[in-house]
Design a protein around this ligand. Structure first.
Ligand code: TYD
Length: 206
């Protein structure tokens, strides 16, 4: 039996790379469900507050497990049901964020994170992860305009490690990742993204 399934695309990158804007555009253009992590469920909204608001320091493993709890609930209640209906899904962040931020950024063991990811999301993997790569300087300039949360005020070294992590993840799985130079203007980046999204099957609505 052929199971109908919409495309599942994820946008990733360091804070200030422009992924929320590009995810919104891609979802609108393709008629896909737009979602995000952490926090796009009622449970997730509570977890997001604990994760991002200034509060008592949290161990990196605790932070990772809360991100994974959010993701597991998100997959089971939002992403998988949408894909099963034949809808396409565009998510602003997914499991690579935890590998990049908590793994490469904060030093949580990568194999442990991969095992926990399997537990959290099973076989629900994106067809394509679009990594919007920008230098730390450009990301910083863009972020300087916005109020910063706990992650966004983290130091430059941290964000450099996260960026290195994304590069390693993209290199490891080139069939499911694409890297876009996202330093240019929003429309140019959107055009480059669209070139890659055109190759996917967008389910019943695309
Ligand atoms: P996000 O909502 O994308 O940032 P913004 O508020 O700028 O739109 O993500 C919030 C922060 O959470 C971001 O700094 C990255 C971090 N994060 C992790 O560290 N691990 C994760 O697994 C996820 C999903 C996000």
């Amino acid at each position: 039996m052929i199971v109908r399934r919409g495309a599942f695309v994820v946008f990733e990158g360091i804070d200030g790379c422009g992924k929320s804007t590009q995810a919104r555009r891609a979802a609108r253009e393709r008629g896909a469900l737009l979602t995000f992590e952490p926090g796009d469920t009622a449970l997730g909204a509570d977890l997001r507050r604990w994760l991002l608001d200034a509060g008592p320091p949290m161990a990196p493993a605790t932070e990772a497990l809360l991100m994974l709890a959010d993701r597991s609930h998100h997959v089971h209640t939002v992403i998988e049901p949408a894909l099963a209906r034949g809808d396409a899904v565009v998510s602003d962040r997914f499991f690579a964020s935890t590998l990049a931020y908590q793994g490469y950024g904060r030093g949580v063991d990568l194999e442990d994170l991969e095992a926990a990811t399997d537990l959290a999301i099973g076989s629900c993997r994106p067809d394509l992860t679009v990594w919007l790569d920008v230098s730390l300087e450009v990301a910083n300039e863009r972020r300087a305009r916005d109020a910063r949360d706990r992650f966004e005020s983290a130091d430059l070294d941290f964000h450099e490690r996260v960026r290195v992590g994304y590069a390693a993840l993209a290199a490891r799985d080139p069939d499911h990742w694409t890297v876009i130079d996202a330093e240019g203007d929003e429309d140019d980046v959107a055009r480059m993204v669209a070139g890659h999204l055109d190759a996917l099957s967008w389910g019943d609505h695309g």
